[in-house]
Design a protein around this ligand. Structure first.
Ligand code: CO
Length: 481
């Protein structure tokens, strides 16, 4: 690689445990709790290298806050995938876009093989009162918040674990104390299944939607009454996954003629309410969704097509002129009493909320999850005047007025900005944003604390190494300090 941000994809991050990081500026006294962030700890296994940003072996990074101080620890997630890769010095399990080298006669792998990867590298959530590292593959890995050691596994469905995938974005309903997620079960006729997980870990299949050529879906929408499965036209023939001639995501093809159907399920009865179609688009992330009269409204971080996935191949990112496609916040409106599938001009419409690039979007979910009164979304972004390379700024978007503000510092690469609200807040953006930033000039990373109101820097806590570019984290208030 030859880019200034190459450190975000190179090497192997050491495991550290530091009781006290130096602090420049200040950390608010009220900020008490722990941020855990997931992502790759290395893209190397012996002499072999993974191919894509969504591959790599999971490492957890933990920043704990108390009394204006911050501690740090990081650790590879102790999984079968990690151990065998280290022991054998080669890639041993199939990941998103990388397969292990193997003979033609042992190709049947991963989704349809007994050796499902447990490399739960994508996100962090508390599900059924347990802290979990989450993967799209069916094995979710529980960890101890204090030690970051692996403590168990969780699956939505029982055996066979092969032939099922899920999302790393379960949605928690605080009124029910239940968590919901989408599981895709591949078969001759595949099914998108809605699961409900109770506080005791009990799992219920609430409802399902059949599909002969299922879509790659990284998240789903949820309102107080409904779950919405957005079936992007990035589709796979299940037989292709059975033959497994190429890595997982490369079995999917972009079929824009299919448009993008939205399936709406009543998440209490499991009933399929209906299907509404939109023009083709792709997204990783549903941001928020709610009901407004007879409409369902969904804010989605959308792309024109699936090119963003190809743009994350490491050899593409290594090019000095690489530029990522921009994700844009769009607001889709489903008229529950309006025209459905097959009606003339029945395609549902959207408005673009901002022309700023947004990805890994966050908001005040504690107060505004499933509530359309929310106003601010915070996201990783790309500076319009410095658009080459990787995500290099944080954006704050007013989704009511379309205004946007950015935090940008040349040579610094901030990850997902996690919003933590100040206790007792009355203003929507009264709180802080926590983001792990690579300072490419120094060759090290730091935890950045921004005032969510002004996007001004309040403080930063440097760590003594570079942290590879990761995906999602979660803040757990008052815990594990
Ligand atoms: Co995600």
């Amino acid at each position: 690689m030859s880019n200034v941000f190459e450190l975000g994809f190179l090497g192997r991050t050491r495991e550290l445990r530091l009781d006290r990081l130096p602090v420049m500026g200040r950390i608010p006294e009220w900020l008490t709790g722990t941020l855990v962030r997931n992502g790759p700890g290395t893209f190397d296994a012996g002499a072999e290298r993974y191919r894509h940003w969504f591959d790599g072996l999971s490492m957890l990074h933990k920043f704990s806050f108390s009394g204006g101080q911050v501690s740090y620890a990081n650790k590879f997630l102790d999984t079968q995938s990690y151990r065998t890769a280290m022991q054998r010095g080669r890639i041993t399990y199939s990941e998103f876009a990388t397969d292990p080298c193997r003979s033609l006669f042992s190709r049947i792998q991963s989704v349809f093989s007994p050796t499902v990867s447990d490399n739960a590298k994508v996100s962090i959530a508390k599900v059924a009162e347990k802290y979990m590292a989450l993967a799209e593959t069916p094995i979710q890995v529980e960890f101890d918040l204090e030690t970051l050691r692996t403590a168990g596994v969780f699956t939505y469905e029982d055996e066979p674990l092969t032939g099922q995938m899920t999302t790393v974005h379960p949605v928690y309903d605080p009124e029910e104390n239940n968590t919901y997620n989408l599981v895709t079960r591949y078969h001759a006729v595949s099914h998108y299944r809605l699961y409900r997980v109770g506080a005791d870990g009990g799992r219920t299949m609430v409802g399902q939607v059949p599909s002969t050529k299922p879509a790659y879906m990284h998240s789903f929408g949820m309102t107080k009454r409904y779950a919405i499965f957005t079936e992007f036209p990035l589709r796979v023939q299940p037989m292709a996954l059975l033959l497994w001639l190429r890595p997982y995501i490369e079995n999917f093809t972009w079929e824009p003629k299919r448009g993008t159907p939205f399936y709406v399920l009543d998440r209490h009865t499991g009933e399929l309410v209906g299907r509404w179609d939109a023009d083709p688009f792709f997204a990783f992330h549903h941001v928020n969704a709610w009901e407004e009269g007879d409409d369902i409204v969904l804010d989605i971080d959308a792309y024109e097509d699936n090119q963003i996935i190809d743009a994350f191949f490491l050899d593409r990112l290594a090019s000095a002129t690489s530029a990522l496609p921009f994700g844009h916040l769009r607001r889709y409106r489903i008229p529950l009493k309006g025209p459905r599938k097959g009606t003339k001009n029945g395609r549902i419409q959207y408005e673009t909320l901002s022309d700023e690039c947004a990805e890994l979007a966050r908001f005040d979910t504690e107060r505004y999850l499933m509530d359309g009164d929310y106003r601010y979304v915070y996201a990783s972004s790309i500076n319009k005047t410095n658009p080459n390379g990787f995500y290099n700024q944080i954006v704050k978007i007013d989704v009511k007025l379309g205004k946007a503000w950015t935090w940008y510092c040349a040579g610094h690469y901030p990850g997902e900005p996690v919003f933590v609200g100040k206790p007792g807040r009355t203003r929507d953006d009264d709180g802080v944003l926590l983001s792990v930033v690579l300072d490419a000039n120094e060759g090290t990373s730091y935890l950045l604390v921004l005032d969510a109101g002004s996007l001004a820097e309040i403080g930063r806590a440097p760590v003594p190494h570079a942290i590879l570019f990761g995906y999602h984290g979660e803040f757990f208030g008052g815990a594990g300090v």
